[in-house]
Write a protein that binds this ligand. Sequence first.
Ligand code: HEM
Length: 550
Amino acid sequence: MEPESLQRNAFDLTSCVAVLGLTVVLYIVVSHTLCAQKTKAYSLPPSPPSEPLLGHYRVIPSDAAFKRYAEWAKEYKTDVLFFQTFGTKWVVLNSLEAATELLEKRGAKYADRPRFVMFEEMGWSPTLTWLRWGPKYQLHRRVLQPPFTKSKVSHYTALQRREALACCKAMIDNPKDWLRAVRRFSVAIVLKIAYGLEVEGIHSPWIQMAQDTANAVGKSGAPASSIMDRFPATRYLPDWLPFMERLRYARTWRPAIESLTRVPFEASLKTMASEADNDSFVHAQMRIRNTNYINKGPNHFDLEDIKGAAATIVIAGNDTTMATLMLFVLYLMQNSEAQRKAQGEIDRVVGHDRLPDWEDIPKLEYTNLILQETYRMNPLSPLGIPHASVAEDIYKGMFIPKGTVVYPNVWAMNHDESVYADPFRFWPERYLSKEQGGNDEPFPVGNFGFGRRCVTYSKGPESSCQSLTSICIGRHLAENSLLIVLAIMLATLDIDWPLAEDGKPTPFEPEWSFRGQAIVLPFESSIRSRGARSKALLDAELQTVTRHCT
Ligand code: HEM
């Protein structure tokens, strides 16, 4: 390039950055002034000191921010904290009381989501989880919710049990590769439900595809917290600039998101003609679409919507299940007493002549307590998926401006010492009554989100939500998957610390990632069959269900 043109490019960039800087300053001054006028009567919630222009941008740690928020809440003696950066305002709700009051009782005011600019940059198609409040959101929720209601998920139980048996068999046959078995279980269920596609074995390419997407989402940082989300114009800056590492991340992982959205969808469409009995989400939606087309009716849910919604099922459903299963293995390995107690319960309820089935699940009280304690110990989305307010609000005399992003600090609520004694201890008995040797503590809260992003509003000055549904549409599906696989794991496997060469268990501290989701990183474990009898049962039952499962 000519020196003159180089100079011109450098000048263009400098002026571009200068104009952008000026815009940021103007934006901040105007929004501060407007906010100050509104808050004359009420003050904003407490917040830690911020920096000029950058606000709280550099004050919030990128790793495990939820822990810092919990500390600030104690320091400032408040359950609501306020922050702002580049004109974006956000509050963190650190108590169950605040989250229930704002996100549930006043849910209509907090039904929106912020705009997820970083996720847009990552190439998502319309995805319910990230959609803002509005007709598109309502349409997606109306289409996606019905197949996952508490009664409808019974449709998937045969598939879930078959995959649970296959998972445990793969863990026993190839214990070093137990993570792949767990990933296969998590992917196989949602891939079949969304697209009608089968995962063949633990080396299926679908597993790698889902793994890549999970990596992309899991380490992308708390949703709506990047510089692009705070100040969308920065998405057009070159990604080598300082502060733009999240833009670089988004662009690096874009192909993974695009593949998972496109490739299984196309594979599913190819089977439309040959699989008339395929009742997957994509086939069902395509059939509706074709019928509307033939009858010359409108098709509001277009191809991009079907594609995006199917990908939502896989992306929202696979990694959450996988991460919870990894936690089961970890906590059972670390707490052998709890493991033995749960195995005792399985033996008592199910006996030794068969493996756990759906009719046993309601009777497995201690197994359910292990699930609850796993949820509490490590909420996968420690700051939930943020909501956004559609109107200004006053809470305990504190002013919450319209358009504020709202994070429930689910981790803080589930580690509140005033509710949970010794909150960092894995103790499933804590939920039992005092007479039963427990501590009468409530089940964990908020792991599946708060409130209701309502489907319809009632009219009137105090608008309220009409649809009282739990925010995560996949909760019932996920709980069924987790309970059946946990029960079969307890019936067929012994989980222990990895063994050294001399055969002795070697305890270690696992590593975690707290960037975005809170997940335990891959770790070693010693997994063995509980005995020849349970192994024979596993082989026999797997053969039977594989023959019968559709
Ligand atoms: C252990 C398993 C799971 C956990 C911990 C979990 C957690 C969550 C959380 C925290 C939210 C955000 C709620 C909010 O906005 O306050 C959410 C939303 C959502 N989840 Fe799940 N989820 C799980 C499994 C699933 C599964 C299996 C599916 C698939 C069917 C699914 C689909 C969704 C969807 C579509 C949303 C967005 C709902 C909306 O914004 O209206 N999830 N989930």
